[in-house]
Design a protein around this ligand. Sequence first.
Ligand SMILES: C[S@@+](CC[C@H](N)C(=O)[O-])C[C@H]1O[C@@H](n2cnc3c(N)ncnc32)[C@H](O)[C@@H]1O
Length: 277
Amino acid sequence: MNAILKQLSLDGMARSWRERHALMSALAEAQNASASLEPIKKALELVTQRQPTDAELGAWSAIERRRDEMLSRHDIVQHVDFGAGTRDHIRSADEQRNGGMHRVASVKDLTEPSSHPMWGEFLYYVTRISRPNKVLELGSCVGISAGYITAGLKLNNGGHLWTLEGSPASAELAQQTLDGLYQTPQGTIVVGRFDDTLQDCLDSHGPFDLAFIDGHHDGEATMHYYAQIKRHLAPDAILIFDDVHYSPSMELAWQTIASDPAAHGQLRIRARGVVVI
Ligand SMILES: C[S@@+](CC[C@H](N)C(=O)[O-])C[C@H]1O[C@@H](n2cnc3c(N)ncnc32)[C@H](O)[C@@H]1O
């Protein structure tokens, strides 16, 4: 193995170890958490302790083969990013309001921000245990987390995911991901900026039982989406926020959401926050 490949696999192992450690620490913390977090506790137990079934292994391997295929692609697409920017360069509120950041990117570049496999498995188990009728995702990217959530819906024999994505290039890859994984995907990709698509999706398809908010990563924007989503939730809905450490504004947004009197259970899983509303 050459030095770069060796480094890559060491990085991969370190990341897997961090993910596993985060899930196990959250499980320890969840032992004393409120009863409303029982589905999250169960999902944490399963992802850290259980041997997957053959059906689960088959579904997850197909998703990971699709990820690997996209990670090996250096072909270039036009990408538009409506998010908060990178940790090294957080875009100003005006820049975010004024529109997306256009750039060329490879398919590999677009795939890299996708959820880690262990986090995907956690989302799968949350879906299996809570058996949501309607699921919402903000930030499809290339369809990896959507693949895990819809794998859970498939094995539940019911439920549907609406996943929102601003970049048409990413949305097209996400569509190909779901089409390649399932004959009849239980997921719909909605293309456009959250500001333009979220309210209509909530009005048309709510109330939602489960939501994964994994796009934009700006505190003010996240609070705005939370206020919109909160009005379209089924009882005991589970909301999962990714990257709550992304910036001071995201940290503040998470603290505000976690202390909302409407939240009757909250748990931190390293950079993610979970609330039951
Ligand atoms: C971290 S990625 C999502 C990863 C994906 N959930 C997964 O785990 O596989 C965030 C995605 O959100 C999209 N996004 C960010 N801000 C957005 C906005 N304001 N409107 C629409 N899409 C947005 C980005 O284009 C990007 O594809």
